[in-house]
Design a protein around this ligand. Sequence first.
Ligand SMILES: NC(=O)C1=CN([C@@H]2O[C@H](COP(=O)(O)OP(=O)(O)OC[C@H]3O[C@@H](n4cnc5c(N)ncnc54)[C@H](OP(=O)(O)O)[C@@H]3O)[C@@H](O)[C@H]2O)[C@@H](O)CC1
Ligand SMILES: Nc1ncnc2c1ncn2[C@@H]1O[C@H](COP(=O)(O)OP(=O)(O)O)[C@@H](O)[C@H]1O
Ligand SMILES: [K+]
Length: 479
Amino acid sequence: MRTAYRVETVRAAERELMERLPEAALMQRAAAGLAAACAELLDRVYGSRVVLLVGSGDNGGDALYAGARLARRGAGVAAVLLSPGRAHPAGLAAFRRVGGAVVEPGRAEDAVARADLVVDGIVGIGGKGGLRPEAAALARAAAASRAAVVAVDLPSGVEADTGEVRGEAVRADLTVTFGTHKPGLLIDPAREHAGSVRLVDIGLDLPADGAELEALQHADVARLLPVPAAESDKYRRGVVGVAAGSDRYPGAAVLAVAGALRGGAGAVRYVGAAGDAVIARYPETLVSATGPAKAGRVQAWAVGPGAGEDAATVAEVVAAEVPVLIDADGLRLADRDAVRARTAPPLLPPHAGEAAALLGVSREEVEAGRLTAVRELAEAYRATVLLKGSTTLVADPGGAAPVRVNATGTPWLATAGSGDVLSGVAGSLLAAGLSARDAGSVGAYLHGLAGRLAARGAPVRAHQVAEAVGLAWRDVVRG
Ligand SMILES: NC(=O)C1=CN([C@@H]2O[C@H](COP(=O)(O)OP(=O)(O)OC[C@H]3O[C@@H](n4cnc5c(N)ncnc54)[C@H](OP(=O)(O)O)[C@@H]3O)[C@@H](O)[C@H]2O)[C@@H](O)CC1
Ligand SMILES: Nc1ncnc2c1ncn2[C@@H]1O[C@H](COP(=O)(O)OP(=O)(O)O)[C@@H](O)[C@H]1O
Ligand SMILES: [K+]
C-alpha cells in the first residue's frame, strides 16, 4: 500500500525524529537522496550545468546541500537566491565551500535558460497558494528552457494537502519527495506538475492509522480479489443484478453487463429494456422480464447506466437490502433522502460533471478540488463515493478512513461507455462480497489497468476495456 500524509502529520513526525538526531541530519539525508536522483537524470554529472532555485526555507536548504554534492562531483552549479539575505545559512555556506556560485540579480532567467538541470527548491511543504510573481517568473523560465526540472519535495506552488493548484506552479519532470508522499503528489491537478515521483526514506516514523490517502498496489488488490474455492458454486460466488439501459441507450446495458461478467461474480442477472441486445451479445446473462424487486435473488445491484428517465427502477434498487451501486442517470434519478436512509452505504461512481451536478457547483470546481468534492459528496449522500477522472478517488462517509486514490488508468479511458464497464466490474465485486470501499477501489484499479493493456498507446473502445479486464486480473495475480 502506498500512503500519503498531510503536512501537519509530517511535521509532527519530523519533530519527533529531530529530537533524536544530530542537527541537520535529516536535511543531509534528504539532500543525499536528491543529489543521487539528479545525478541519475543527468547523462553525466561532470561538466553539466545545474541551476538551483533557492527559497528562504528548508526546501531551499535541501537544494543547496544537494547542489554542493553535485558540485563536488564536477558539475557547474549556480544558485538563484529568491531572498538573498534569508537563504538557509548552513546550506549556503556548504555550497560556497565547494565553489558554488550565486547568480547575480538580473541574470537568473538567463542562467536557467542555459542549464541542463534546474532544481526547484523555492518552496516545499511550507508554501501556501500559487507562486509569488518573482518565483513564478523563474518557473516560467524553467518551463521554457530545455533543462530537466527536478522539484524538491513538491513542485513549488502546489497545495501539498489537497492537490489543488491556485495560481502558477513549477512543472517538474521528477519530484524527489522526503519521508512520505504528500497528497498533492497523487491527486490532479498537482500530480501532473510533479512528473514522476521518487520517495526518499529519511527515517520518518508515520502513524499507521493517520494517512490522508492510500493507493492500492498489485499485492493489495491480489489479496482482495474474489477467488472461487473448491466448494464454490455460482450463487456462492455472488449474483450481480444489472439494471441498466433503455430503448434509447441499449448499449449502456451491454457494456455494464460486459463489465459485470468479468468482475468475479458467479452470474449476472439483467433487468431492463435492453434484454434482447444483452442476450445477443452475452448469452450467459440471466435476463429477467420483471423489475429489480421481483427479479430473483441477487447479492448486489448496479443501477443507472443508460437508465434514461426510469426513476421507478432506480427507486426499487435504492430500496433493496443488498449492496448497491448507483451510477450515471441513476445518480440524477435517485432520491437523496432514500440513499441516505440505507443501512449499508451505497457505492456512487460519478464523473466530475455528475459530481458537480449533485453538489450544485461547476465541473471546474470539482476538477480543481477533487479531494474536497469527493469527501463532501460522501457526507451529503452518506455513501461511498468514487470520483472518476484522471485520478480516481474513493471516499467513505465519516471521513475517518484514508481516501483511496487510483492512478492505474490512462487518458485513453476517456471514451464513451467506459464508465458503464466500470459500473459492471465494481457491481460484480460488490456481489462477490467486497465492501463498497474495496469494490470501488479494486474495480477502478482493474478497469484502469485494463484500459492501459487494451489501449497500449492507441485509441480504445469501451468494449475492448471490458475484454481486457481478465488480462488485468491475471497481471495482478501474477504480481
Ligand atoms: N519535514 C521533514 O521531515 C523534512 C523537511 N525538509 C525540507 O523542508 C521543507 C519545509 O521547509 P520549511 O518549513 O522551511 O518551508 P518551505 O517549504 O521551505 O517554505 C518556506 C519558504 O517558502 C516561501 N513561500 C511560502 N509560500 C510561497 C509562495 N506561494 N511563493 C513563493 N514563496 C513562498 C516562504 O517565504 P516567506 O513567507 O518566509 O517570505 C519561505 O521562504 C520540506 O518541503 C523539505 O524540502 C527536509 O530538509 C528534511 C526533512
Ligand atoms: N484523463 C483520464 N485519465 C485516466 N482515466 C480517465 C480519464 N478520463 C476519464 N477516465 C476514466 O474513464 C472512465 C470514464 O467514465 P465516464 O466518464 O463515466 O464515461 P461514460 O459515461 O462514457 O461511460 C472512468 O473510469 C474515468 O476514471
Ligand atoms: K519545491
